[in-house]
Design a protein around this ligand. Structure first.
Ligand SMILES: CC(C)(COP(=O)(O)OP(=O)(O)OC[C@H]1O[C@@H](n2cnc3c(N)ncnc32)[C@H](O)[C@@H]1OP(=O)(O)O)[C@@H](O)C(=O)NCCC(=O)NCCS
Length: 184
């Protein structure tokens, strides 16, 4: 399943992406915005990628590619897909700082939300964002998310607690944004 945005394309993660994902996830400047602790060993990353490729019922992982050059620039996932309550959680990163703030993240997110709401028929998609990451909150808001609250000391990284801002988008809110921006 390939998802197509205006400037990005999302294709499923492959086993051959392992070395690239291993390099990306261990990048310190990127990792300060993510909920995972590094360093992650190659052995562990190989297992993670194997799971990403095979355990795809409740989680879908995509590589974000630039549409014009096909260069892989990041990843985006839909986790905890809950068919009964019609909801899921997203996580994402653009791996290269030179591509931050260029619109690739929100374009990829709009393509993922189109898949979540129209294909999987979900109703609600949630994202957790660190308070020290206003860019991430901003790109979600651009896609129709609203801030719902703050979970205090929700994550522990290297012995330090971090709050999480909860943002969520409902299908009805996304429809308005998607129509206005020409995604549907
Ligand atoms: C978060 C991320 C996926 C967003 O993707 P992106 O391509 O950079 O986002 P976009 O360019 O589509 O949108 C970013 C918006 O934030 C704004 N922005 C940029 N820096 C900002 C800052 N420091 N504070 C507030 N807003 C900021 C941009 O101006 C843009 O809004 P605008 O289009 O209204 O001007 C990407 O920046 C990234 O991967 N960052 C590092 C990892 C990360 O934070 N992952 C998310 C974890 S929750």
């Amino acid at each position: 399943m390939v998802l197509v945005g205006k400037t990005t394309r999302l294709r499923p993660v492959r086993l051959s992406d392992t070395m690239m994902l291993y390099r990306w996830i261990n990048n310190k400047r990127l990792n300060r915005f993510l909920g995972v602790e590094i360093p992650i060993s190659l052995v562990k990353e190989r297992k993670k990628v194997r799971d990403m490729v095979t355990k795809i019922k409740y989680t879908k992982h995509f590589i974000i590619e630039r549409k014009d050059t096909a260069e892989p620039i990041g990843m985006m996932s839909l986790h905890h897909i809950d068919i009964h309550n019609k909801k899921a959680t997203t996580g994402a990163y653009i791996a290269y700082e030179k591509y931050w703030g260029k619109g690739y993240g929100s374009d990829a997110k709009m393509a993922l939300l189109k898949y979540a709401f129209l294909k999987l028929k979900l109703n609600r998609v949630v994202s957790h964002v660190f308070p020290h990451n206003p860019r991430s909150a901003r790109y979600s808001l651009k896609c129709g998310y609203k801030k719902e609250g703050l979970l205090r000391q929700n994550l522990c990284k290297k012995g330090k607690f971090y709050d999480s801002i909860i943002l969520a988008v409902l299908k009805q809110d996304w429809f308005k944004v998607a129509k206005k921006q020409g995604y549907i």
